[in-house]
Design a protein around this ligand. Structure first.
Ligand code: SF4
Length: 420
Protein backbone atom coordinates (compact mmCIF):
# COMPACT_ATOMS: atom_id res chain seq x y z
CA UNK A 1 0.00 0.00 0.00
CA UNK A 2 1.48 3.34 -1.03
CA UNK A 3 2.12 6.12 1.44
CA UNK A 4 -0.19 8.39 -0.60
CA UNK A 5 -3.10 5.96 -0.27
CA UNK A 6 -2.60 5.64 3.50
CA UNK A 7 -2.54 9.43 3.71
CA UNK A 8 -5.75 9.65 1.75
CA UNK A 9 -7.44 7.08 4.00
CA UNK A 10 -6.22 8.95 7.04
CA UNK A 11 -7.71 12.19 5.76
CA UNK A 12 -11.08 10.59 5.09
CA UNK A 13 -11.29 8.52 8.26
CA UNK A 14 -9.95 11.15 10.65
CA UNK A 15 -12.37 13.69 9.23
CA UNK A 16 -15.29 11.28 9.67
CA UNK A 17 -14.29 10.68 13.30
CA UNK A 18 -14.37 14.34 14.30
CA UNK A 19 -18.11 14.22 15.07
CA UNK A 20 -17.47 11.90 17.98
CA UNK A 21 -16.42 13.97 20.97
CA UNK A 22 -16.35 11.28 23.63
CA UNK A 23 -12.61 10.89 23.72
CA UNK A 24 -11.15 12.33 26.89
CA UNK A 25 -8.67 9.95 28.38
CA UNK A 26 -8.83 10.41 32.10
CA UNK A 27 -8.77 7.83 34.80
CA UNK A 28 -6.64 5.00 33.45
CA UNK A 29 -3.66 3.39 35.14
CA UNK A 30 -1.87 0.84 32.96
CA UNK A 31 1.62 0.49 34.28
CA UNK A 32 4.54 0.14 31.87
CA UNK A 33 6.16 -3.26 32.30
CA UNK A 34 8.94 -2.83 29.80
CA UNK A 35 6.75 -2.08 26.81
CA UNK A 36 6.28 1.09 24.86
CA UNK A 37 4.31 4.05 26.19
CA UNK A 38 2.51 4.62 29.40
CA UNK A 39 -1.09 5.66 29.81
CA UNK A 40 -0.63 6.30 33.52
CA UNK A 41 -0.59 10.03 34.07
CA UNK A 42 -1.85 10.75 30.59
CA UNK A 43 -4.78 12.39 32.34
CA UNK A 44 -6.77 14.63 30.14
CA UNK A 45 -4.87 14.64 26.88
CA UNK A 46 -7.51 16.00 24.57
CA UNK A 47 -7.23 19.14 22.56
CA UNK A 48 -9.89 21.11 20.75
CA UNK A 49 -10.40 22.39 17.26
CA UNK A 50 -11.61 25.89 16.66
CA UNK A 51 -15.22 24.80 16.86
CA UNK A 52 -14.60 23.20 20.24
CA UNK A 53 -14.46 19.55 19.20
CA UNK A 54 -11.95 17.19 20.72
CA UNK A 55 -9.30 15.93 18.31
CA UNK A 56 -6.76 14.48 20.68
CA UNK A 57 -5.27 10.99 20.42
CA UNK A 58 -5.10 9.36 17.02
CA UNK A 59 -8.80 9.64 16.43
CA UNK A 60 -10.01 7.70 13.43
CA UNK A 61 -12.64 5.37 12.08
CA UNK A 62 -11.64 1.92 10.97
CA UNK A 63 -14.01 2.47 8.07
CA UNK A 64 -16.71 4.91 7.04
CA UNK A 65 -18.60 2.24 5.12
CA UNK A 66 -21.86 1.62 6.95
CA UNK A 67 -24.86 -0.60 6.37
CA UNK A 68 -27.08 1.71 8.45
CA UNK A 69 -28.72 4.96 7.47
CA UNK A 70 -28.96 7.13 10.57
CA UNK A 71 -30.24 10.48 9.30
CA UNK A 72 -27.96 12.59 11.55
CA UNK A 73 -24.71 10.90 10.51
CA UNK A 74 -22.34 11.81 7.66
CA UNK A 75 -21.35 8.16 7.38
CA UNK A 76 -24.92 6.96 6.67
CA UNK A 77 -25.13 4.63 3.69
CA UNK A 78 -27.29 6.98 1.60
CA UNK A 79 -24.75 9.82 1.83
CA UNK A 80 -22.70 10.28 -1.30
CA UNK A 81 -19.21 10.61 0.20
CA UNK A 82 -15.77 9.15 -0.41
CA UNK A 83 -15.43 5.88 1.48
CA UNK A 84 -12.32 4.19 2.83
CA UNK A 85 -11.33 1.36 5.14
CA UNK A 86 -8.16 0.64 7.07
CA UNK A 87 -6.79 -2.85 7.49
CA UNK A 88 -6.16 -3.87 11.07
CA UNK A 89 -2.38 -3.80 10.58
CA UNK A 90 -2.52 -0.33 9.04
CA UNK A 91 -4.14 1.13 12.16
CA UNK A 92 -1.59 -0.66 14.34
CA UNK A 93 1.30 0.71 12.26
CA UNK A 94 -0.08 4.24 12.20
CA UNK A 95 -0.62 4.24 15.95
CA UNK A 96 2.90 3.01 16.64
CA UNK A 97 4.45 5.45 14.19
CA UNK A 98 2.62 8.44 15.61
CA UNK A 99 3.28 7.30 19.14
CA UNK A 100 7.01 6.92 18.55
CA UNK A 101 7.11 10.42 17.09
CA UNK A 102 5.30 11.75 20.15
CA UNK A 103 2.39 13.02 18.07
CA UNK A 104 -0.17 11.15 20.14
CA UNK A 105 -0.59 9.53 23.49
CA UNK A 106 -3.06 6.91 22.41
CA UNK A 107 -5.75 5.77 20.05
CA UNK A 108 -9.44 6.52 19.79
CA UNK A 109 -10.93 4.04 17.36
CA UNK A 110 -14.49 3.94 16.13
CA UNK A 111 -16.10 2.60 12.99
CA UNK A 112 -19.06 2.54 10.67
CA UNK A 113 -20.82 -0.80 10.75
CA UNK A 114 -19.73 -2.93 7.82
CA UNK A 115 -21.15 -6.38 7.26
CA UNK A 116 -22.47 -6.81 10.82
CA UNK A 117 -21.98 -5.39 14.34
CA UNK A 118 -19.96 -8.47 15.36
CA UNK A 119 -17.62 -8.39 12.34
CA UNK A 120 -16.95 -4.70 12.99
CA UNK A 121 -16.40 -5.14 16.71
CA UNK A 122 -14.11 -8.09 16.07
CA UNK A 123 -11.83 -5.93 13.90
CA UNK A 124 -11.73 -3.15 16.50
CA UNK A 125 -10.76 -5.69 19.13
CA UNK A 126 -8.06 -7.12 16.84
CA UNK A 127 -6.43 -3.68 16.58
CA UNK A 128 -6.31 -3.23 20.35
CA UNK A 129 -5.15 -6.81 20.90
CA UNK A 130 -2.30 -6.49 18.41
CA UNK A 131 -1.21 -3.19 19.95
CA UNK A 132 -1.10 -4.66 23.43
CA UNK A 133 0.21 -8.14 22.76
CA UNK A 134 2.41 -7.77 19.67
CA UNK A 135 3.59 -4.18 20.00
CA UNK A 136 3.68 -4.05 23.79
CA UNK A 137 1.82 -0.75 23.59
CA UNK A 138 0.91 0.74 26.97
CA UNK A 139 -0.63 3.96 25.71
CA UNK A 140 -4.27 4.83 26.06
CA UNK A 141 -6.85 2.99 23.95
CA UNK A 142 -10.47 4.05 23.67
CA UNK A 143 -12.61 1.67 21.61
CA UNK A 144 -16.10 2.32 20.42
CA UNK A 145 -18.51 -0.48 21.25
CA UNK A 146 -20.61 -1.26 18.24
CA UNK A 147 -24.35 -1.35 19.04
CA UNK A 148 -25.57 -4.93 18.74
CA UNK A 149 -22.13 -6.53 19.27
CA UNK A 150 -22.07 -9.75 21.29
CA UNK A 151 -21.26 -9.93 25.01
CA UNK A 152 -18.22 -12.11 24.27
CA UNK A 153 -16.66 -9.43 22.06
CA UNK A 154 -17.40 -6.74 24.64
CA UNK A 155 -15.72 -8.94 27.23
CA UNK A 156 -12.63 -9.27 25.05
CA UNK A 157 -12.56 -5.57 24.12
CA UNK A 158 -12.27 -4.55 27.77
CA UNK A 159 -9.15 -6.68 28.24
CA UNK A 160 -7.22 -4.44 25.83
CA UNK A 161 -8.99 -1.06 25.90
CA UNK A 162 -8.77 1.47 28.72
CA UNK A 163 -12.16 2.88 27.92
CA UNK A 164 -15.18 1.56 26.04
CA UNK A 165 -18.08 3.64 24.88
CA UNK A 166 -21.29 3.04 23.08
CA UNK A 167 -22.99 6.20 21.90
CA UNK A 168 -26.67 6.58 22.71
CA UNK A 169 -26.72 9.21 19.95
CA UNK A 170 -30.32 10.37 20.33
CA UNK A 171 -31.47 11.01 23.92
CA UNK A 172 -35.05 9.79 23.48
CA UNK A 173 -36.30 6.42 22.21
CA UNK A 174 -38.88 8.13 19.98
CA UNK A 175 -36.16 10.34 18.44
CA UNK A 176 -34.00 7.30 17.77
CA UNK A 177 -36.89 5.52 16.04
CA UNK A 178 -37.48 8.53 13.85
CA UNK A 179 -33.87 9.16 12.80
CA UNK A 180 -32.20 5.75 13.05
CA UNK A 181 -34.87 3.19 12.14
CA UNK A 182 -32.21 0.46 11.67
CA UNK A 183 -31.19 0.68 15.31
CA UNK A 184 -32.99 -0.64 18.33
CA UNK A 185 -32.69 0.84 21.80
CA UNK A 186 -31.68 -2.61 23.12
CA UNK A 187 -28.67 -2.62 20.76
CA UNK A 188 -27.16 0.17 22.87
CA UNK A 189 -28.25 -1.18 26.19
CA UNK A 190 -26.86 -4.69 25.74
CA UNK A 191 -23.18 -3.76 25.32
CA UNK A 192 -23.49 -1.15 28.07
CA UNK A 193 -24.89 -3.74 30.44
CA UNK A 194 -22.18 -6.24 29.44
CA UNK A 195 -19.41 -3.68 30.08
CA UNK A 196 -20.92 -2.58 33.40
CA UNK A 197 -21.14 -6.19 34.59
CA UNK A 198 -17.62 -7.05 33.45
CA UNK A 199 -16.22 -3.99 35.26
CA UNK A 200 -18.03 -4.95 38.45
CA UNK A 201 -16.80 -8.54 38.24
CA UNK A 202 -13.23 -7.33 37.64
CA UNK A 203 -13.40 -4.95 40.59
CA UNK A 204 -14.65 -7.57 43.01
CA UNK A 205 -12.33 -10.33 41.77
CA UNK A 206 -9.19 -8.23 41.94
CA UNK A 207 -9.79 -7.73 45.67
CA UNK A 208 -9.27 -11.47 46.08
CA UNK A 209 -6.95 -12.37 43.18
CA UNK A 210 -4.39 -9.64 42.45
CA UNK A 211 -3.54 -11.08 39.03
CA UNK A 212 -7.11 -10.80 37.67
CA UNK A 213 -6.79 -9.49 34.10
CA UNK A 214 -7.50 -5.76 33.97
CA UNK A 215 -10.77 -4.73 32.38
CA UNK A 216 -11.59 -1.27 30.94
CA UNK A 217 -9.81 0.58 33.73
CA UNK A 218 -11.13 3.97 32.63
CA UNK A 219 -14.71 2.67 32.57
CA UNK A 220 -17.33 3.40 29.96
CA UNK A 221 -18.75 6.59 28.53
CA UNK A 222 -21.41 7.61 26.06
CA UNK A 223 -22.32 10.52 23.86
CA UNK A 224 -25.64 12.14 23.01
CA UNK A 225 -26.33 14.29 20.03
CA UNK A 226 -28.25 17.31 21.19
CA UNK A 227 -30.68 19.26 19.03
CA UNK A 228 -31.22 16.78 16.19
CA UNK A 229 -34.78 16.18 17.41
CA UNK A 230 -36.92 18.57 19.43
CA UNK A 231 -35.86 17.21 22.83
CA UNK A 232 -35.66 19.63 25.75
CA UNK A 233 -32.67 20.03 28.03
CA UNK A 234 -34.77 18.24 30.62
CA UNK A 235 -35.10 15.22 28.30
CA UNK A 236 -31.34 15.23 27.68
CA UNK A 237 -30.29 15.54 31.31
CA UNK A 238 -32.86 13.05 32.68
CA UNK A 239 -31.57 10.58 30.15
CA UNK A 240 -27.95 11.34 31.17
CA UNK A 241 -28.80 10.96 34.88
CA UNK A 242 -30.35 7.56 34.10
CA UNK A 243 -27.25 6.31 32.26
CA UNK A 244 -24.91 7.55 34.99
CA UNK A 245 -26.91 5.68 37.61
CA UNK A 246 -27.93 2.52 35.81
CA UNK A 247 -24.77 1.86 33.76
CA UNK A 248 -22.20 3.57 35.99
CA UNK A 249 -20.99 5.84 33.18
CA UNK A 250 -17.75 7.68 33.83
CA UNK A 251 -18.83 10.45 31.50
CA UNK A 252 -21.72 11.45 29.33
CA UNK A 253 -20.75 13.78 26.48
CA UNK A 254 -23.12 16.21 24.82
CA UNK A 255 -22.52 17.01 21.20
CA UNK A 256 -24.53 19.75 19.52
CA UNK A 257 -25.98 18.47 16.27
CA UNK A 258 -24.19 19.78 13.20
CA UNK A 259 -26.65 19.73 10.30
CA UNK A 260 -25.25 17.31 7.75
CA UNK A 261 -28.35 16.48 5.73
CA UNK A 262 -31.22 18.12 3.94
CA UNK A 263 -33.90 16.10 5.66
CA UNK A 264 -37.31 17.31 6.82
CA UNK A 265 -36.89 15.31 10.07
CA UNK A 266 -33.84 17.37 11.01
CA UNK A 267 -32.97 21.03 11.63
CA UNK A 268 -32.10 22.86 8.42
CA UNK A 269 -28.56 23.04 7.10
CA UNK A 270 -26.76 26.09 8.47
CA UNK A 271 -28.52 26.04 11.88
CA UNK A 272 -26.06 24.29 14.19
CA UNK A 273 -26.74 23.98 17.91
CA UNK A 274 -25.00 26.85 19.69
CA UNK A 275 -21.92 25.82 21.64
CA UNK A 276 -23.52 27.65 24.53
CA UNK A 277 -26.22 24.98 24.79
CA UNK A 278 -23.55 22.27 25.03
CA UNK A 279 -21.77 24.38 27.61
CA UNK A 280 -24.90 24.73 29.80
CA UNK A 281 -25.50 20.97 29.61
CA UNK A 282 -21.93 20.28 30.74
CA UNK A 283 -22.36 22.75 33.62
CA UNK A 284 -25.53 20.94 34.67
CA UNK A 285 -23.80 17.58 34.39
CA UNK A 286 -21.04 18.93 36.67
CA UNK A 287 -23.55 20.20 39.25
CA UNK A 288 -25.21 16.77 39.35
CA UNK A 289 -21.97 14.83 39.72
CA UNK A 290 -20.00 17.05 42.07
CA UNK A 291 -22.24 19.64 43.73
CA UNK A 292 -24.97 17.44 45.16
CA UNK A 293 -27.80 18.82 43.02
CA UNK A 294 -30.73 16.62 42.12
CA UNK A 295 -31.75 16.79 38.47
CA UNK A 296 -35.29 17.84 39.47
CA UNK A 297 -33.97 20.98 41.15
CA UNK A 298 -32.39 22.19 37.92
CA UNK A 299 -34.81 20.95 35.28
CA UNK A 300 -38.48 20.16 35.78
CA UNK A 301 -41.92 20.76 34.28
CA UNK A 302 -41.69 24.51 34.87
CA UNK A 303 -38.10 24.74 33.66
CA UNK A 304 -37.66 22.40 30.72
CA UNK A 305 -34.70 24.21 29.17
CA UNK A 306 -31.63 25.75 30.73
CA UNK A 307 -31.20 29.51 30.62
CA UNK A 308 -28.72 30.38 27.93
CA UNK A 309 -27.81 33.76 29.36
CA UNK A 310 -26.88 32.60 32.87
CA UNK A 311 -25.33 29.42 34.25
CA UNK A 312 -27.58 26.74 35.81
CA UNK A 313 -26.42 27.34 39.39
CA UNK A 314 -27.22 31.03 39.20
CA UNK A 315 -30.52 30.23 37.55
CA UNK A 316 -31.40 27.85 40.40
CA UNK A 317 -30.34 30.36 43.07
CA UNK A 318 -32.48 33.11 41.53
CA UNK A 319 -35.48 30.77 41.71
CA UNK A 320 -34.73 29.94 45.35
CA UNK A 321 -34.02 33.30 46.90
CA UNK A 322 -35.62 32.28 50.22
CA UNK A 323 -32.50 30.15 50.93
CA UNK A 324 -30.22 33.19 50.75
CA UNK A 325 -28.23 35.10 51.89
CA UNK A 326 -25.95 32.57 53.57
CA UNK A 327 -23.58 33.62 56.31
CA UNK A 328 -20.23 32.65 54.84
CA UNK A 329 -18.75 32.23 58.33
CA UNK A 330 -21.34 29.68 59.44
CA UNK A 331 -22.96 27.98 56.45
CA UNK A 332 -22.68 24.27 55.87
CA UNK A 333 -20.27 23.29 53.07
CA UNK A 334 -22.98 21.69 50.93
CA UNK A 335 -24.93 24.94 50.98
CA UNK A 336 -21.81 27.01 50.32
CA UNK A 337 -21.23 24.95 47.19
CA UNK A 338 -24.65 26.06 45.97
CA UNK A 339 -23.76 29.75 46.01
CA UNK A 340 -23.31 31.14 42.48
CA UNK A 341 -19.69 32.15 41.98
CA UNK A 342 -18.30 29.80 44.64
CA UNK A 343 -16.66 26.64 43.29
CA UNK A 344 -15.65 23.56 45.25
CA UNK A 345 -12.05 24.70 45.64
CA UNK A 346 -13.21 27.98 47.15
CA UNK A 347 -15.59 26.09 49.49
CA UNK A 348 -12.67 24.11 50.92
CA UNK A 349 -10.55 27.24 51.25
CA UNK A 350 -13.39 29.06 53.04
CA UNK A 351 -13.93 26.16 55.46
CA UNK A 352 -10.20 26.10 56.28
CA UNK A 353 -9.78 29.88 56.52
CA UNK A 354 -12.78 30.48 58.78
CA UNK A 355 -11.29 28.19 61.43
CA UNK A 356 -8.82 30.99 62.15
CA UNK A 357 -10.72 34.22 61.52
CA UNK A 358 -14.03 35.69 60.48
CA UNK A 359 -13.96 36.22 56.75
CA UNK A 360 -14.76 39.54 55.11
CA UNK A 361 -15.06 40.59 51.46
CA UNK A 362 -11.32 41.10 51.10
CA UNK A 363 -10.61 37.58 52.35
CA UNK A 364 -13.21 36.15 49.99
CA UNK A 365 -11.79 37.96 46.98
CA UNK A 366 -8.33 36.63 47.84
CA UNK A 367 -9.75 33.12 48.11
CA UNK A 368 -10.92 33.54 44.53
CA UNK A 369 -14.70 33.56 44.64
CA UNK A 370 -16.51 35.19 41.70
CA UNK A 371 -17.49 38.27 43.67
CA UNK A 372 -19.71 39.67 40.92
CA UNK A 373 -22.10 36.73 41.29
CA UNK A 374 -21.63 35.59 44.88
CA UNK A 375 -22.16 38.96 46.61
CA UNK A 376 -25.94 38.84 46.11
CA UNK A 377 -26.22 35.53 47.92
CA UNK A 378 -23.92 35.77 50.95
CA UNK A 379 -23.10 37.84 54.00
CA UNK A 380 -19.74 38.03 55.74
CA UNK A 381 -17.85 39.95 58.40
CA UNK A 382 -18.23 43.29 56.74
CA UNK A 383 -20.62 46.23 56.93
CA UNK A 384 -20.50 47.29 53.34
CA UNK A 385 -22.89 45.33 51.20
CA UNK A 386 -25.31 45.60 48.35
CA UNK A 387 -28.92 46.54 48.92
CA UNK A 388 -30.89 43.44 49.93
CA UNK A 389 -34.19 44.41 48.35
CA UNK A 390 -33.29 43.58 44.76
CA UNK A 391 -35.58 41.30 42.77
CA UNK A 392 -34.21 38.21 41.04
CA UNK A 393 -34.62 39.97 37.72
CA UNK A 394 -32.62 42.98 38.93
CA UNK A 395 -29.84 40.74 40.27
CA UNK A 396 -29.70 38.88 36.96
CA UNK A 397 -29.49 42.18 35.08
CA UNK A 398 -26.69 43.49 37.30
CA UNK A 399 -24.71 40.25 36.98
CA UNK A 400 -25.07 40.19 33.21
CA UNK A 401 -24.06 43.84 32.98
CA UNK A 402 -20.76 43.06 34.65
CA UNK A 403 -20.24 39.72 32.95
CA UNK A 404 -17.52 39.17 30.39
CA UNK A 405 -18.53 35.64 29.40
CA UNK A 406 -17.27 34.68 25.97
CA UNK A 407 -20.76 33.34 25.28
CA UNK A 408 -22.61 36.51 26.22
CA UNK A 409 -23.71 37.37 22.75
CA UNK A 410 -23.81 33.85 21.44
CA UNK A 411 -27.50 33.23 21.07
CA UNK A 412 -28.91 31.42 18.15
CA UNK A 413 -32.25 30.64 16.66
CA UNK A 414 -31.58 26.90 17.16
CA UNK A 415 -33.60 26.57 20.35
CA UNK A 416 -36.60 28.18 18.70
CA UNK A 417 -36.58 25.86 15.73
CA UNK A 418 -38.99 23.40 17.29
CA UNK A 419 -41.23 25.81 19.12
CA UNK A 420 -42.88 27.38 16.10
S1 SF4 B 1 -24.53 3.11 12.52
FE1 SF4 B 1 -23.11 4.67 13.27
S2 SF4 B 1 -21.76 5.09 11.54
FE2 SF4 B 1 -23.53 4.00 10.72
S3 SF4 B 1 -24.93 5.59 10.03
FE3 SF4 B 1 -25.53 5.08 12.13
S4 SF4 B 1 -24.39 6.52 13.44
FE4 SF4 B 1 -23.44 6.55 11.40
Amino acid sequence: MSFERIKEKLNILADAAKYDISCSSSGSKRANKGGLGNSDGVGICHSYTEDGRCVSLLKILLTNHCIFDCAYCVTRKSNDIKRAAFKVQEVVDLTMNFYRRNYIEGLFLSSGIFNSPDTTMERLVQVAKKLRLEENFNGYIHLKSIPGASDELMQEAGLYADRLSVNIEIPTISGLKLLAPDKKHEDFIKPMEAVKNAIQIYQSEKKIIKSTPKYALAGQSTQMIVGATGESDRDVMYSAAYYYKKYKMKRVYYSGYIPVANDSRLPALGSPVPLLRENRLYQTDWLLRFYGFDIRELLNNENQNLDLDIDPKLSWALRNRELFPLDINKADKLLLARVPGIGLKSVYKIIEARKFRKLNWEHLKKIGIAYNRARYFITCDSNSFEKRDLSSLQIKGLILQNSNSKFRKDYSSQLNLFSS
